[in-house]
Design a binder for this molecule. Structure first.
Ligand code: UDP
Length: 313
């Protein structure tokens, strides 16, 4: 297949490029590099099945020749990034999704939308199942991401129902791994950076809020299976092993031998109190897909990547 990946120079996008090239596909990565980075795809330069196009996908997308699949992964994806780029976040989820759908329709391609667990907001149903409609504050600081992704899902379903486009929607839960932007402000890069510099880890609030962390290779396996599947409605993909942020901080300090402990800082506005995917639908429709990489193993690979990029080895 000839596959366009928007956000192809981002964390998840670049891992998708690697996987799809390894599977024998031709890949076009598109990115405006506001939160993506060409370092993530530098190793693909010279691969004749790979092309990079520097473009903002909120503008009209032109791609020459056949396209069999469009994977729409362009978006700031960290709460700090939504604060810094609120308008771009809204535009890429809304206008960017419209452009990606328009291209898919023109090329008669299948579209896979990267949605998010943030569509559930600060969830009142736990763990989160796909039929839960969510608890989102539309005007809070996270609303720019949550509402853009909710709009993106609605737009994708409209193209599916009205135009008969083949579409897939994945709701991605917290994912981590090599190539995460070191200063993106999310908990995994923050804690690893702090631990590798012998600093106390910044735990926001009491640290009793929970998250469930999925290693990027497990996510990518689920994404590829979803792309090939027949499932027209959203599917959660993430790791259901849930822990508090305090427990996560202890794990990072232990793994890195950091003796500096933790320091508390204020909790961001609308920070979800609990988050864990119910993955029974994914297991049912994606032929028994389930995460296989244990947290310690995934974190070891991530810490080693951070050490390299920080020049600590
Ligand atoms: N968090 C934290 N310290 C940090 C960064 C984040 O305690 O230095 C907390 C944050 O308040 C949230 C959780 O870790 O409860 C996960 O935050 P992240 O920014 O990774 O993404 P989210 O899951 O909220 O989208």
């Amino acid at each position: 297949m000839r596959i366009l990946i928007t956000g192809g120079a981002g964390f998840i996008g670049s891992h998708l490029c690697d996987r799809l090239l390894a599977d024998g596909h031709t890949v076009i990565a598109m990115d405006n590099l506001i939160t993506g980075n060409t370092d993530n795809i530098a190793h693909l330069a010279g691969n004749r099945n790979f092309t990079f196009i520097y473009q903002d996908v909120t503008d009209y997308i032109y791609v020459e020749g056949a396209v069999d699949a469009v994977l729409h992964f362009a978006s700031p994806a960290s709460p700090v990034d939504y604060l810094n780029y609120p308008i771009q976040t809204l535009k890429v989820g809304a206008l960017g999704t419209h452009k990606a759908l328009g291209l898919a329709k023109a090329k008669n391609a299948r579209l896979l939308l990267a949605s998010t667990s943030e569509v559930y907001g600060d969830p009142l149903v736990h763990p989160q199942t796909e039929d839960y409609w969510g608890n989102v504050n539309p005007i809070g600081p996270r609303g720019v991401y949550d509402e853009a992704k909710r709009f993106a899902e609605a737009m994708t379903m409209a193209y599916q129902r009205y135009h008969g486009l083949e579409t897939r929607i994945v709701r991605i839960f917290n994912t981590y791994g090599p190539r995460m932007r070191i200063n993106d402000g999310r908990v995994v890069p923050n804690f690893i950076f702090q631990a590798l510099h012998g600093q106390p880890l910044t735990v926001y609030g009491e640290g009793s809020q929970t998250r469930s962390f999925c290693y990027v290779s497990d996510l990518v396996e689920g994404l590829v299976r979803l792309l090939y599947s027949d499932e027209p409605e959203p599917v959660n993909i993430g790791n259901p092993v849930e822990m508090t942020i305090l427990q996560f901080a202890e794990t990072i300090n232990q793994l890195t031998g950091n003796a500096a402990g933790i320091v508390r800082q204020s909790l961001p506005v609308d920070d979800p109190k609990q988050r864990r995917p119910d993955i029974s639908k994914a297991q049912r429709v994606l032929h028994g897909w389930a995460p296989v990489v244990p947290l310690e193993q995934g974190l070891a690979a991530t810490v080693s990547d951070f050490r390299k990029r920080l020049g600590l080895i």
